[in-house]
Design a protein around this ligand. Structure first.
Ligand code: GLA
Length: 757
């Protein structure tokens, strides 16, 4: 709901309010963002103090307004030069490098829906947009701020457009999509950082005076710092307290700045990273920033995740698979790497089909001269030595097994040793006269050029027409040697953003042309896990690290901002290929099933006992798949060293228990408490029975096999579950077994199913 009253603007969602007003001098002031307040409430004027405080030696607006210090105000979009010395939302140069601008209120519009057209397109169905135009006091430079309110999801989408109506050029250096000025600094900042194979590890820090920046300069969203940030009160946890989540819908260099001013004000800014960025606006031209989503919660962090999950699924994702159950897949990468033949692939596929898997994914190595990772990228033509019957032939044989078929591509890249490079060396990103630096022996194609994206569209269209159901779109290096030869670029600073716009237009064309293909994005694992990529492909490869201990942290961080249905998780081999850690296949499954399940190991090396276990897992997953892919994810209170996750749909709730270490002789029962259980319902709780392998118990095997075999079947009221919780059956901890003893071990898990009766 959006309203304007006098000089005030009100944006309301179901549980949040956002208020602004035009100040007596015309500046757009931020008044409030937080819990819902009825716009007609008495006392709104008292939310902010008046302009009656002097800021010491600060610059005031003019002699007639000696108490107007822009540095002391909460603003909606700030520019430098008129006294606000905090970080600026916009830095734009004119007249040989001048940067002072003074934007004041000009006009507004309220639209049903939204007509902001940037890629990726976020739907405005059911939403309302407030558009406020600011104009510089002297120059015809306009800033159009847009706020789209999604009531049910409690999300406000923000963006800014800069329009140059001067006779001369305006050179953009920094353009923010969101600026949010908060009146106090008592927040902690959560960010999601890491590197390859340890993506989106959650970090939480107290804010202190000065600037904190989270960013990527890798050219892509990056595994180093995701664009998701959360501000939380110090006391806020998963289910209590105030917090604000913010995420740019963007896949390139991004920056999130949080500044605490000397006067205790807190400014948040999201933008394309100013690092190397420039954009030339000629007379009459506009620049549209990417969009940023934000959400406020008064009841903890899980609530924010749910808002973002729903918003992404309902408004960002375009694929027809968004709400469909996603297939359980088998991927051959860690099963074979580059060493495969059609025969080997078909053996793997038929074993997978027997286990109930539904989609066979042929990973890297099927094309051109690709026998290892030093060659072949760019040549998207099947290698007939490896696959004599071509992709169509293989696809036909896989379909005969009752499975769907898809493959891996890495279209943005080229190897020096490739036919594409021989024909079009000028398409590689490189600076004339300098030797470009490789990453994984490969180079980027210049997607800022439309001849390159046109070529890729044609080449990929032909290979996507070979009877396939799925595509894994990978990108395995970061940007270097920044240079664009696009005739459209006004300056080299446009390279990064033009590349990303080229990528979006290519993905847009391909996903529109092939609506029946299920796309999955990947970038050295999770190097480009962002909301914008989800607009084109409803799922992404979360990380190359599939070790379950690491995965608990990676999935935790990823789920803070991205829906369960977007996390592609594979059960892989033990010892794990990234860290050699050993774990039980049952525990690997219990963690991987929170999202979209796949297997990526050589099934042909497994025993018939293990294959039978996998068959049971796949059957269990299919039975609960809708909940596991689309349910509401929450953290439950931890107990006795264990972490608990829940996922809930209308039909059921699944709860994961995870312990990092098995302790000895604790003498306690671990508690399961579910604060959101329905107090008026009675639940039946069962446990997914895990297969215990002989090697899990070694010498103790004979004793166990004759005693500890209880299945779990409990009836508990929601009031008990939410208030006191229940004691779980004992864990094996050093002395003997009783029939209810549970064997978890290190990195051990159990999975419970709760249904209302
Ligand atoms: C990346 C991906 C892997 C696999 C390989 C293939 O590393 O993350 O899943 O596809 O590329 O080269």
């Amino acid at each position: 709901m959006i309203e304007k009253k006098d000089n005030w603007f009100f944006i309301s969602t179901e549980n949040s309010s956002y208020m602004m007003r035009v100040s007596p001098l015309g500046h757009l002031e931020h008044v409030f963002y937080g819990g819902y307040i009825v716009p007609s409430s008495y006392g709104l004027d008292l939310i902010r103090g008046g302009e009656d405080v002097r800021l010491g030696d600060g610059t005031y607006y003019d002699e007639e307004h000696q108490y107007t210090f822009l540095s002391g105000m909460l603003l909606e979009y700030s520019t430098p030069g008129k006294g606000d010395t905090r970080e600026s939302a916009l830095i734009a140069e004119y007249d040989g490098g001048l940067i002072t601008l003074d934007p004041v209120y000009d006009s507004y519009r309220i639209l049903e829906c939204k007509d902001y057209d940037v890629l990726p397109r976020v739907s405005g169905e059911g939403a309302e947009t407030l558009e406020i135009t600011l104009r510089d006091k002297v120059l015809p430079v306009f800033i159009i701020l847009r706020y789209t309110a999604y009531e049910a999801e409690d999300v406000i989408l923000r963006s800014a457009e800069i329009r140059n109506s001067m006779e001369s050029e305006l050179n953009l250096r920094t353009v923010s999509s969101l600026m949010l000025d908060l009146p106090d600094p008592e927040w902690e900042l959560l960010s999601y950082d890491g590197a390859w194979a340890r993506e989106r590890m959650e970090h939480r820090r107290k804010l202190s005076p000065g600037l904190t920046a989270i960013d990527s300069k890798l050219g892509f969203t990056s595994s180093e710092h995701n664009s998701l940030i959360i501000l939380a009160r110090p006391e806020t946890d998963d289910s209590h307290g105030e917090a604000i989540a913010i995420n740019q819908i963007y896949s390139g260099n991004h920056q999130e700045r949080v500044e605490v001013s000397p006067f205790g004000l807190c400014r948040v800014l999201t933008s394309i990273n100013p690092f190397g960025f420039g954009w030339v606006l000629r007379t009459g031209e506009s620049f549209r920033s990417p969009e940023t989503m934000m959400s406020y919660s008064a009841s903890g962090l899980d609530r924010l995740s749910t808002s973002f999950h729903r918003f992404i699924e309902n408004h960002v994702e375009k694929s027809r698979y968004v709400f469909r159950d996603r297939p359980v897949l088998i991927n051959n990468w860690e099963a074979t790497y580059f060493d495969f033949t059609e025969k080997k692939l078909l053996e793997l596929a038929s074993t997978a089909a027997e286990a109930g898997m539904e989609l066979f994914v042929l990973d890297d190595g099927w094309y051109g001269r690709r026998s290892d990772d030093t060659r072949g990228l760019g040549d998207w033509i099947v290698n007939r030595e490896k696959l004599p019957s071509g992709l169509e032939g293989l696809s036909g044989k896989i379909h005969e097994l009752g499975m769907r078929f898809g493959f891996w591509v890495e279209p943005e890249m080229v190897s020096e040793d490739s036919a594409l490079y021989e024909t079009h060396p000028e398409w590689m990103v490189r600076i004339p006269g300098r030797r470009p630096s490789p990453g994984r022996h490969q180079y980027l194609l210049d997607l800022s050029r439309s001849d390159v994206t046109d070529y890729l569209f044609q080449t990929l269209s032909s290979v996507f027409s070979s009877g396939i159901d799925y595509v894994k779109w990978d990108a395995n290096r970061n940007m270097s040697d920044y240079f664009t030869s696009s005739p459209d670029a006004g300056c080299q600073g446009e390279f990064f953003h033009r590349y990303i716009l080229g990528l979006y237009s290519l993905l847009d064309r391909l996903t529109t042309a092939f609506p029946d293909i299920l796309f999955e994005f990947c970038a050295s694992g999770g190097n480009r896990f962002d909301t914008a990529m989800l607009a084109f492909s409803p799922q992404g490869w979360t990380s190359d690290d599939t070790d379950l201990h690491e995965r608990m942290m990676i999935q935790h961080g990823t789920l803070r901002g991205y829906p369960l249905s977007s996390l592609s998780n594979h059960v892989t081999a033990s010892p794990n290929h990234q860290n050699l850690r050993k774990s039980s296949i049952e525990d690997r499954f219990n963690v991987a099933c929170f999202g979209v399940l796949g297997y990526e190991l050589n099934l042909l090396n497994l025993s018939s006992e293990e294959l039978a276990v996998i068959k049971d897992q796949v059957a269990f997953y299919k039975e609960h798949r809708h909940t596991l892919q689309h349910g509401t994810f929450r953290h439950l209170p931890s107990s006795d060293g264990a972490v608990f996750w829940s996922v809930e749909s209308d039909e059921e709730m699944l709860v994961l228990e995870y312990q990092e270490r098995n302790e000895v002789n604790t003498g306690r029962h671990r508690m399961l408490r579910i604060p959101h259980a329905d107090p008026d319902s009675v639940y039946r709780i069962t446990r997914r029975e895990k297969h215990i392998f002989r090697e899990d118990l070694g010498d103790l095997w004979p004793a166990y096999s004759s005693v500890a075999h209880d299945t779990l079947d409990l009836t508990v009221s929601g009031a008990v579950l939410r208030t006191s919780g229940i004691a779980l059956p004992p864990l094996f901890m050093g002395r003997g077994f009783v029939p209810s003893t549970r064997v978890l071990g290190d990195n051990g898990t159990d999975l419970y199913v709760l249904r209302k009766i």
